[in-house]
Design a protein around this ligand. Structure first.
Ligand SMILES: Cc1ncc(COP(=O)(O)O)c(C=O)c1O
Length: 385
């Protein structure tokens, strides 16, 4: 059987990882500033993470939601404490798209409406309602066309007010810091407006924290840089550090009927052990604070690199925009300097998403290698002119 080619993959085969590094088949040690797409929160093969998963697997790997599973409560309590969120319920699933899909389902059930508002350059997943909210042509399919979302420009207050006037939308979904789109931030006043308009027009405010959440932005959730309380919050990626876990958090006044949400694998024992280990590591190693401190340090150093137009984002979710397309930079960083970086929809933007526990030394190594690669690229460009 042939593999379906999902993406244009790099010709590189990682076989093990430790901390901020992965090792490939050829013996290269690669500094991971991509984090397997914002997934690696507590570092590769963290000993506490391995221990919890291993010991859980020796006891019980899986049972479904047909039975009590106290690990689900332990995770929920730890998440409530660490995030500071009170009065939310949690529904566990297995991916970001599922977390979003369930968020939209809850909003439509609660309001009895079926239209949603989302934003340009937003990414919310590739299932039906999530794909409809996503601003990507390739994620759209004819069968879901009736779900098409109203897409507005991020931070365009007048457009949002006008679109919501008729009161026909069940939800507004937003990434407080856009990931795939190129690390563009929603203004605090814009998030406040979403919250106010949702209240006024009987709609739900959905914060998609799949990429920017779980400490990555230097706060537990990226909307917490603003003074808002979304009705529904979507999590995944960093939640399991590579173990597939998703979750939809919703305020306790929202009461979907029993049986409306469900999942065979969601909340299983092994995934809960992984999720609990992640939260314990984030807490014990102060990783939210580390993301903030190292993120600020990185930004100061990155801003001075020649040809950088802007350095966006917060914590360890950084978009570094150059005045040229960054594809050759990403390739040279990987194949010449052994460093993984991410790309974004915006072709001139490098997306940086390292594990939350990187050190200042690793940040320095990254900056020096990037400077070297950019300098080489500048020389190549000037020779061509
Ligand atoms: C903000 C955001 N929401 C949702 C998703 C979908 O997550 P998944 O790929 O786990 O389905 C992603 C994935 O990149 C994302 O960045």
């Amino acid at each position: 059987m042939k593999l379906f080619e999902v993406y244009n993959a790099y010709d590189i085969s990682p076989i093990k990882g430790k901390g901020a590094y992965v090792h490939d088949k050829k013996g290269n040690e690669i500094l991971d500033f991509y984090g397997g797409h914002a997934v690696i929160s507590v570092g590769h093969s963290h000993p506490h993470y391995l221990k919890r998963i291993q010991s859980q697997l020796e006891k019980l790997g899986f049972y479904s939601n047909a039975v009590n599973n106290e690990l689900q409560e332990i995770l929920a309590n730890k998440l409530g404490q660490l995030s500071g969120l009170k009065d939310y319920q949690i529904f566990y699933s297995n991916s970001g798209a599922e977390a979003v899909e369930n968020a939209i389902k809850i909003a439509s059930l609660e309001t009895g409406k079926h239209k949603i508002i989302s934003f340009s350059n937003g990414f919310h997943g590739r299932t039906s309602a999530a794909a409809s909210a996503t601003d990507m042509a390739k994620a759209q399919f004819p069968i879901f066309s009736s779900m098409a979302s109203t897409k507005l420009t991020l931070n365009d207050e007048a457009a949002l007010i006008k679109a919501m006037e008729a009161g026909e939308h069940c939800a507004v979904i937003v990434e407080a810091i856009q990931g795939w789109g190129g690390i563009y931030e929603a203004e605090p006043s814009f998030l406040q407006l979403i919250q106010d308009l949702c209240k006024k027009h009987h709609a739900k405010f959905i914060a998609d924290e799949v990429q920017a959440g779980y400490g990555r932005s230097g706060k537990f959730f990226s909307f917490q840089h603003s003074d808002v309380n979304p009705d529904i919050i979507c999590c995944a990626k960093g939640m399991g550090n590579g173990f597939p876990i998703g979750a939809t958090l919703f305020k306790s006044d929202i009461q979907p009927k029993k049986g409306t949400l469900g999942s065979t694998f969601g909340g299983n024992h092994l995934s809960m052990a992984a999720g609990i280990a992640v939260l314990e590591i984030i807490k014990n190693e102060n990783l939210v604070q580390n993301a903030k401190a190292i993120g600020e340090y990185l930004k100061i150093n990155l801003q001075n690199i020649p040809n950088v137009k802007s350095c966006r984002g917060k914590g360890l979710l950084i978009g570094l925009e150059f005045d040229f397309p960054v594809k050759p930079i990403i390739q040279n960083m990987l194949f010449k300097e052994n460093v993984f970086c991410g790309s974004a929809l915006h072709k001139n933007t490098l997306r940086l998403l390292p594990p939350l526990n990187i050190s200042q030394l690793e940040a320095d190594i990254f900056c020096n290698k990037l400077k070297k690669v950019v300098e080489l690229h500048r020389q190549t460009i000037s020779e061509k002119v």
